[in-house]
Design a protein around this ligand. Structure first.
Ligand code: MN
Length: 337
């Protein structure tokens, strides 16, 4: 048996101010905690490989202290002799911030299309990957893939790792199908055991068929909710298990492991009032009904009421254990988020 732990879209650095001006509960630590939980699980369960599908950080320019904190954890993990393979995502502008820590012998970064090989148990695993292509993956994939597998030997387990939207992948209320930024299923190879990808924040597995093979496309999704669109989604990572059979190594199982997340709720204030006491009572009552660790997105479109929603008042009324943000007023062009 051979085990791969696969996660993606850790978005480290979200809500993690270096010098916070106000003392309130942030979400930054939640993102780091789930990142650490996945790595701890890999160590405890004696995983053979850990794979990250990109968007390691929340944006391309990250404060040095966040880079150091994230890399310190990764460096400690890499000392366990479990290889860590990562493909840069769109938030890395397809290149991860460089650091001397990333020169560790057990950390493998796809900074160009290529294939890394690992000998585990008595199998040779080849992971083919390429950094995120921002524009026109459909037009570029064939050439990139050819470049990535050039001269490769035949191996026992072939995996393809990327950070792209693949045809049939879903987010809440939408399925990616066509367009130059969507990779058509028919372009994917016939002789791979699985396609692993980051980018889509909703965890999912779907299949495509090619030359009698039924091949899974696996998205672990993000390890924390990055927007209200993900409010109802469960967050976690996949454990992919391979087993040796008489005809070679086969993918036996993909197990989803749920990571803890704080409840995310949307609170709408629809009452018209110009009296601060009325608003105060209303908000206090609403917040008292929520789980004490809630991440609250407050929305108010009534101009008179909204005027009263000053940062100071919100800070005063929000329990210390909650994180509350006031949503910007709806803009027709941009939508809610
Ligand atoms: Mn992402």
């Amino acid at each position: 048996m051979l085990k791969i732990v696969f996660f993606a879209d850790t978005h480290l650095g979200v809500d993690y101010p270096i010098k916070p001006k106000v003392d309130r509960r942030r979400r930054g630590e939640d993102f780091f905690n789930n990142y650490k939980k996945v790595l701890d699980y890999a160590i405890e369960s004696k995983a053979d490989l850990v794979v990250h599908g990109g968007d390691f950080f929340f944006r391309s320019k990250v404060p040095a202290s966040i880079v150091d904190k994230a890399y310190d954890i990764l460096y400690d993990f890499a000392e366990n002799e479990i290889p860590f393979v990562i493909v840069p995502g769109n938030h890395e502008r397809s290149v991860l911030p460089s650091s001397i820590l990333m020169n560790h012998k057990n950390i493998y970064i796809f900074d160009e299309p290529s294939t890394f090989f690992f000998k585990k148990k008595n199998a040779v695993i080849g992971i083919t990957g390429f950094p995120n292509i921002r524009n026109g993956i459909r037009l570029q994939f064939e050439q990139i893939f050819t470049e990535a597998i050039e001269g490769n030997p035949d191996v026992d387990i072939k995996l393809l790792l990327m950070h792209q939207a693949i045809q049939e992948s879903k987010i809440e209320g939408y399925t990616f199908r066509y367009g130059i930024d969507v990779l058509p299923l028919e372009m994917l190879p016939a002789d791979y055991q699985a396609i692993l990808s980051g980018h889509i924040h909703k965890a999912q597995v779907f299949y495509y068929e090619k030359k009698e093979n039924r091949i899974p496309v696996i998205y672990p999704g993000s390890t924390e909710r990055t927007s209200v669109v993900e409010m109802v989604e469960e967050k976690g990572f996949y454990e992919i298990i391979f087993e040796e059979s008489e005809t070679g190594w086969k993918l036996l199982e993909t197990k989803f492991h749920i990571l803890p997340t704080r409840p995310m709720v949307r609170l709408d204030i629809t009452r018209l009032t110009e009296d601060e006491r009325v608003l105060r009572n209303l908000l206090e009552a609403e917040l008292s009904k929520l789980d004490k660790d809630s991440v609250v997105r407050l929305r108010c479109e009534i101009p008179e009421t909204r005027k009263l929603l000053k940062a100071e008042l919100l800070r005063e009324l929000t329990p210390k254990t909650m994180t509350l943000t006031l949503a910007p007023v709806y803009q027709k062009r941009k939508g809610w988020i």
